[in-house]
Design a protein around this ligand. Sequence first.
Ligand code: BG6
Length: 487
Amino acid sequence: IPVDPFDYVVFGGNGDLAERKLLPALYHRDRDGQIPAESRIIGASRSDLSDESFRQFAAEALTKHVKPEDIHQTSLDRFLSRLHYRTVEAQSDAGWDELRALLDEAGQERIRAFYLAVGPSLFGPIAERISGKGLANEHARLVVEKPVGRDLESAHVLNEMIGQHFREEQIFRIDHYLGKETVQNLMALRFANALYEPIWNSTHIDHVQITVGESVGLEGRAGYYDKAGALRDMVQNHILQLVCLVALEPPSAMDADALRDEKLKVLRALKPIDTSNVESLIVRGQYKAGASSGAAVKSYADDLGSHDSDTETFVAIKAEIGNWRWAGVPFYLRTGKRLSERMSEIVVTFRPIPHNIFQNVAGNIVQNQLVMRLQPNEGVKQWLMIKDPGPGGMRLKHVPLDMTFAESFMTRNPDAYERLLMDVIRGNQTLFMRRDEVEAAWEWIDPILKAWDEKSVRPQGYTAGTWGPSSSVALIERDGRTWHEPD
Ligand code: BG6
């Protein structure tokens, strides 16, 4: 869908997120002809850069983070010519008049999106200045990155601060997992087919597994990560969002508030985990030295340069949703750094068949599984039992019905940010988190953090390059189930 001309102002414009994600994503949208001719991308930060040096920074970012075959000179030149830069101080008036003058050149009707690719401590001060300097007109949008807070109270304070200057309809809280292709496809599978929805409940589903595995370690983000840990960094946002999309009731329309109302109900129905049950429902881990992609890697403590951190780099959780659809269906969730591989998937395992007529036939009957792979190799496989083809008589075989996107559609898989950045311009909040959702997610997370603290739950060590502490295996195996082995 074509969009109206816009100005994207990226605070933290020469930072890591802009370099790795935002500039490459905007380049791809521009290359595909989705960015109207007059639109501009304006980098802003306290660094003293000229338009020219920002263009240089962007050109280098694209060389590093866009495949060479996707870079064409004409597209590149056009993209770079859209870039501007203003030196702006978040905490003082310096530079704001210059930024306003640049925006005003386009008039008051142009869509203005302010992307805060900065730490949360600057959300309030920047939102206040955008508004105080008269930049927040009715066409303005504010985009904030996670983390929105580090607990319920701080999230509330942040939401209040930005809410003083922008209406909720203007605020786009990014969770980039919602822009991933497979996550979108989960909605299509559930609500554009008659097949799944009637069996999408505790009568037919045995359990759900969500794994978000990363092979990387700290990636130079020690300062942030050591204060956050896996529960805050991945579970509060990405993983709970995935839980919501698997578990939500059919919304009445694919409309932002209809969808978010249903997600909110899921978050509020999560059964509490607190001091009474934290040790039996959650495994907390931290990586030790090991190997990743064939190379020796250091422990978390050595990466951090300190041996007294109790920050978790891994969690496995047995969660449950207390409502009629899901009562009794465990949702096993796990995520971690320095795991065996970068692999994220949602696995829905259906209940066993009620009666086996193939007692004397070769081949074990395996429970049906729907495996939605987020990365790498995005795709969906529905595992089924069939007769092994051929004349050898009746033999059963477990096979996947494969809907792997790249092969079926032969298209490039766009990065999540490409869709989300353009949704901001379209004013479509469907894939963004509403204030009450973020706070409801913290409401579930806070008692876990408190319980760890009160019970002094220290992370268990796991060797880098494995799938986490052995107690994570025990967490699921004591229920007679196993973690899905990626194929
Ligand atoms: C971010 C986390 O939100 O998501 C990072 O802060 C994590 O710690 C990243 O590495 C994972 O994103 P993706 O898209 O690579 O799975």
